[in-house]
Write a protein that binds this ligand. Structure first.
Ligand code: GDP
Ligand code: CA
Length: 330
């Protein structure tokens, strides 16, 4: 296949023939971890497979929250507290849209909009999400290779309890518009059964020295990646080389709604619940020091526990955690 744009996605992709490390990633938890990882390994040796089931169309634009969170964080351009968007962002455009009665509950910054405009235009011109992602990361000087889990549309749908009836919400409606408040009944990944892994995803998993499962939401960040046909099997085949970091510390999430999803789906909100969920395809789980007392329960699920400081308060802690995680399967 010939490059479809000047400068060519092909050329960008060809810079990373053999990723040594593959990381499965959602948004903010993953981004924090990856920021540490690129401090302890050559960034060009990292291939990140990113969840796209949170993607949504707003105002006609294709928005990919997890891809953008990882991109902006690796570029050092992320908003320091928010967990999404760019540092120093303004919101004049989204506010102006409110004049026309458009929905403004999903905040899109003025600078962030440039990414969505560019991506949408490139997709409309026939580029794949894989190609556009390579172009966007190259433009930000991000060295690791970022792959969407799939170029096909997969969408997380959350069934919630409205008291007298159930309603199916789009992920962003539940998470952002309704602030994760409605009780969850079920989670589905619409389109996952027909989705194909993006080009390079299975090859990267097969060839990687180590596969890292970032401290991301197990249900709606890692879950959709596993739901893409072929991915779970590829990981199972490499189980000895798969290591995860628990996103749950002392029975609580650090950020985000993982607890609002795990509980209703019958998964214990703890590192033990994470261990049970990951054990079929993962050999080692890094759990937090605060959970050291639960190591035996984790081991009983068939996964090897390794204890470390996992609360990534800054990039230095994240780098130490990345080092520990790699050493855990050395
Ligand atoms: P989202 O798509 O932005 O929600 O991002 P992720 O799925 O990647 O991250 C959300 C998960 O990351 C939550 O379950 C958090 O508990 C977890 N997380 C965030 N920061 C940290 C941290 O410093 N340490 C650990 N262990 N988990 C974290
Ligand atoms: Ca997300």
């Amino acid at each position: 296949e010939a490059p479809r744009s000047p400068g060519g996605p092909r050329r960008v992709i060809a810079r990373y023939p053999h990723a040594m490390l593959v990381a499965l990633a959602g948004g903010v938890g993953a981004a924090r971890f990856l920021r540490g990882l690129v401090r302890v390994v050559p960034p060009a040796e990292v291939c990140v497979v990113v969840n796209t089931a949170d993607d949504e169309t707003f105002h006609g634009l294709t928005v990919c929250p997890d891809l953008d969170t990882v991109t902006y964080t690796l570029a050092g351009a992320e908003h320091p507290e928010q967990g999404w968007g760019l540092d120093g962002e303004s919101f004049r455009t989204i506010e102006a849209l409110g004049r026309y009665g458009a929905d403004t509950w999903f905040r899109l910054g003025d600078l962030d909009l440039a990414t969505h405009l560019f991506r949408t235009e490139r997709l409309r011109a026939g580029a794949t999400l894989t190609e556009v992602t390579a172009e966007i990361t190259a433009a930000w000087g991000v060295e690791p290779r970022l792959l969407p889990m799939s170029d096909d549309r997969v969408a997380t749908r959350i069934t919630v309890d409205r008291g007298d009836h159930h309603e199916v919400l789009r992920m962003q409606e539940w998470f952002v518009r309704e602030r994760s408040a409605p009780p969850v009944v079920a989670v589905e990944f619409d389109g996952a059964d027909r989705a194909r892994p993006a080009p390079g995803v299975l090859e990267a998993i097969d060839a990687a020295e180590t596969i890292l499962v970032c401290p991301s939401n197990p249900i709606i960040s890692i879950g959709p990646i596993l739901a893409v046909p072929g991915v779970r099997e590829a990981l199972e085949a490499r189980r000895d080389r798969v290591v995860a970091v628990s996103p749950i510390i002392a029975g609580a999430t650090v950020k985000g709604p993982a607890d609002r999803l795990m509980g209703p789906l019958g998964i214990d909100v703890s590192c033990v619940g994470v261990a049970r969920t990951y054990a079929p395809f993962c050999s080692t789980l890094v759990i937090d020091e605060r959970d050291a007392g639960r190591a035996a329960e984790v081991a009983a699920t068939g996964i090897r526990p390794v204890v470390a400081e996992t609360l990534m308060t800054d990039a230095r802690v994240a780098a130490a955690l990345a080092r520990h995680t790699l050493d855990a399967v050395a």
